[in-house]
Design a binder for this molecule. Sequence first.
Ligand code: APR
Length: 230
Amino acid sequence: MKNIVIFSGAGISAESGIKTFRDSGGLWEEYCIEDVATPGAWHRNAALVLDFYNQRRAQVLSAQPNSAHSAIADLEKYFNVQVITQNIDDLHERAGSSNVLHLHGEIRKSRSTLDEHLIYTIEGSELKIGDVCPLGAQLRPHIVWFGEAVPAMEEAISITSMADIFMVIGTSLEVYPAAGLLEYAPDASLKILVDPHAKIPAHLKEFSIVRKSAGVGVPEVLQKIIENNV
Ligand code: APR
């Protein structure tokens, strides 16, 4: 079976009702990154950071996967499918995808501020000041903040370099190192980007661009891939 690698961003979850970051009306218009999504923010005002992510978690819990997430999950009948997502929601998993690598963390998990390997599922939607790990240290959202390393990047590069088909969905490609993943897709792979406002850097011009929303464009493109490649 061929390897399909899906690289998704906030745009794939937009039609599930989860706000993107940089579109008009996006989250980074409403909030200042330095106030809610950096290690400095956590040190200055952990309660504010927790509140921001509690809101994100509540939104994710009330959202459902859309036709793009489902079409990707269905692909597993025909291909080895690996999803690499910048998203912190679990909509790929809930749609049925088996292999999902989260580059920027997972909103439904917390981790110890003393030992980053102590990771827990959050029951319900709230993480509060005073919620501690078994070592007694405050729990923080299991999120990669701006200014922090992206530990899953190495695995993402290795997966991408094995792709026969590499499909990018709904990302502004403004955040590194994640956006740099596109450069690791093999020369011989089929490369596609689905985004209604796609901007692809000039040195990556071998990407075919589908300027449609994920909910419409992804099932269409994947149907064609199944017909031509299975
Ligand atoms: N279908 C597909 N794409 C869409 C849709 C849709 N319905 N609606 C919007 N988009 C596209 C936009 O055109 C834009 O290119 O989704 C992209 C969203 O870009 P961003 O908001 O920048 O999201 P993303 O690229 O995932 O952000 C990267 O930034 O703040 C951080 O950690 C956060 O993982 C996130 C990272």
